[in-house]
Design a protein around this ligand. Structure first.
Ligand SMILES: CC(C)(COP(=O)(O)OP(=O)(O)OC[C@H]1O[C@@H](n2cnc3c(N)ncnc32)[C@H](O)[C@@H]1OP(=O)(O)O)[C@@H](O)C(=O)NCCC(=O)NCCS
Length: 177
C-alpha cells in the first residue's frame, strides 16, 4: 500500500506484511491466547478458520497494513503490528506479541522502527494510539519509544474480556512540532 512501509527491519526482527499462508503460524502463536486478548477489542480465535478470515480481512483493509514480527534468527512469527493511515497526515497502530516472547523489548523495538519511519516522512505529522488504562505493558512500550501521554479518554472502548462496559483508555502520541 502506498503511504506505509513495504517492510521494516530492527536488530532482532524482520517486519513484513502478513500473508494468507501465515494463518496457521499466527493461530498457533498468539491470536488464540486469552492473555493476549485481555485488553483488546476481539476475543481469542476459537479455530484456524477464524484466523484465516482475520488475515484476509487485514490484507483487504484499506489505509492499513499488518506486519508480522519475524524472528531474524529462527524465522518464527512472534506477533504482529498494524500501521494505519486514516488520514494522510497521521498514523495509528496496534500490536500483539506471543506471551512466550514478552518482556524482551521486542515490541518496543518494532514500534521504535515504525516511529523512525514516520518521523522520516515529511508529510506525516503524528503517530499515536490508545491502550486500556490498566494495560501497563502496552503503556510502557509507548512510553519507552518516546510517545507522549496525552490524557485519558473516558469510556472509550469495550474490551470484552473485562466486561461489557466501555473502558477508560490512555492516548499516547508523537507529533511534529
Ligand atoms: C504489550 C506487549 C506488546 C508488550 O510487548 P513486549 O515486547 O513484551 O514489551 P517490552 O518487553 O518492551 O515490555 C514492556 C512492558 O511489559 C511488561 N512486561 C515485561 N515482561 C512481562 C511479562 N513477562 N509479562 C507481562 N508483562 C511484562 C513490563 O511492564 C514492561 O515494561 P518495562 O520494560 O518497563 O519493565 C505485550 O505485552 C502484548 O502482546 N500484550 C497483549 C496484547 C496487547 O495488550 N496489545 C496492546 C493493545 S493497546
Amino acid at each position: 500500500m502506498p503511504g506505509l512501509p513495504a517492510q521494516l527491519d530492527t536488530p532482532r526482527l524482520h517486519l513484513r506484511p502478513i500473508r494468507p499462508d501465515d494463518a496457521a503460524a499466527v493461530f498457533a502463536s498468539w491470536v488464540r491466547d486469552p492473555r493476549v486478548t485481555r485488553f483488546l477489542t476481539w476475543a481469542p480465535h476459537p479455530d484456524l478458520a477464524t484466523t484465516r478470515a482475520y488475515v484476509a480481512d487485514r490484507i483487504a483493509t484499506p489505509h492499513s497494513r499488518t506486519y508480522v514480527l519475524q524472528d531474524r534468527r529462527g524465522g518464527g512469527l512472534l506477533g504482529a503490528i498494524d500501521l494505519r493511515r486514516p488520514a494522510p497526515h497521521r498514523i495509528g497502530f496496534g500490536y500483539a506479541l506471543a506471551p512466550s516472547a514478552w518482556g524482551n523489548g521486542l515490541m518496543t523495538e518494532a514500534l521504535r522502527a515504525a516511529l523512525a519511519w514516520v518521523q522520516a516522512q515529511p508529510d506525516l505529522w503524528r503517530m499515536g494510539d490508545l491502550c486500556d488504562a490498566d494495560n501497563h505493558a502496552s503503556a510502557r512500550v509507548m512510553e519507552k519509544v518516546g510517545l507522549r501521554r496525552e490524557g485519558v479518554l473516558r469510556r472509550w472502548a469495550v474490551h470484552p474480556a473485562l466486561g461489557p462496559a466501555p473502558r477508560d483508555c490512555i492516548s499516547f502520541a508523537w507529533a511534529r512540532d
